[in-house]
Design a protein around this ligand. Structure first.
Ligand code: TIU
Length: 223
């Protein structure tokens, strides 16, 4: 048996083993965190996501030092939009749509400057980057195969936004049998009440979708 450590979390502490643990950083892209991107096009104040960056940096550093598998995801679409459902392309009344040209290139399109991960959280060589067309990181991606190949059973999850892509990914992971620990202070939302409610939904009913912890507790457990 490998040595395990207890991670402080809600609704209860859980044992973790670095050999079967992965850090998943969700959609920390310029399109969501910087002005002029997809998040801003939907009418959001993107500065609300900034507080999640330092805790996410601390998680990345601790995960790398502990030798964890580190996975980054990016939401975005092919240049020809063939992987973007019409319902996603036409909904609402944004001031710019997916594929339109903005200050960071075509909005939410792979390879454009806005689609890239923010400088503070850039992936390192060898860390898998999962490009996903949807909110969930499992849908239409190779994430499941990557996790299975490495024998991962527990995901430490952070990123944006709490109630959209983080939540969808955690729900997908939960149904696939993964234990998910969402790191509250390393997640962010354009709607603070949804951030709080999103975290509460995970831990309610004995941890119906998983656990919630904070970056200091995860850093301490990995150290
Ligand atoms: N990454 C992610 O959460 N995509 C979104 O569209 N989020 C919003 O909150 N809009």
């Amino acid at each position: 048996a490998r040595p395990t450590t207890m991670l402080d979390a809600e609704p209860s502490p859980l044992p973790i083993d670095t050999a079967t643990l992965a850090l998943v950083v969700i959609d920390m892209q310029r399109d969501f965190l910087e002005p002029g991107g997809f998040g801003a096009s939907l009418g959001n104040d993107v500065s609300l996501l900034a507080a999640a960056v330092p805790p996410a940096r601390a998680l990345l550093a601790a995960a790398r030092a502990a030798g964890l598998l580190v996975i980054h995801t990016r939401e975005g679409h092919r240049a020809d939009l063939s992987d973007a459902p019409t319902a996603k392309l036409t909904r609402g009344a944004p001031n710019a749509r997916i594929g339109d040209i903005g200050p960071m290139g075509r909005i939410l399109i792979r390879g454009e400057p806005g689609h890239d991960i923010i400088p503070d959280l850039q992936p390192r060589d060898g860390e898998p980057v999962i490009d996903k067309p949807g909110k969930g990181a499992f849908y239409a991606t190779e994430l499941g195969a990557v996790l299975e190949a490495r024998g991962i059973d527990t995901l430490i999850v952070c990123g944006v936004t709490t109630e959209v892509c983080v939540h969808t990914t955690v729900r997908e992971a939960n149904d696939r049998g993964y234990r998910c620990v969402v790191v509250g202070d390393a997640c962010g939302s354009y709607i603070p009440a949804f951030h709080e409610a999103g975290l509460a939904m995970i831990t309610a009913q004995g941890g119906i979708f998983g656990w919630v912890s904070d970056s200091s507790s995860v850093v301490a457990a990995l150290g």
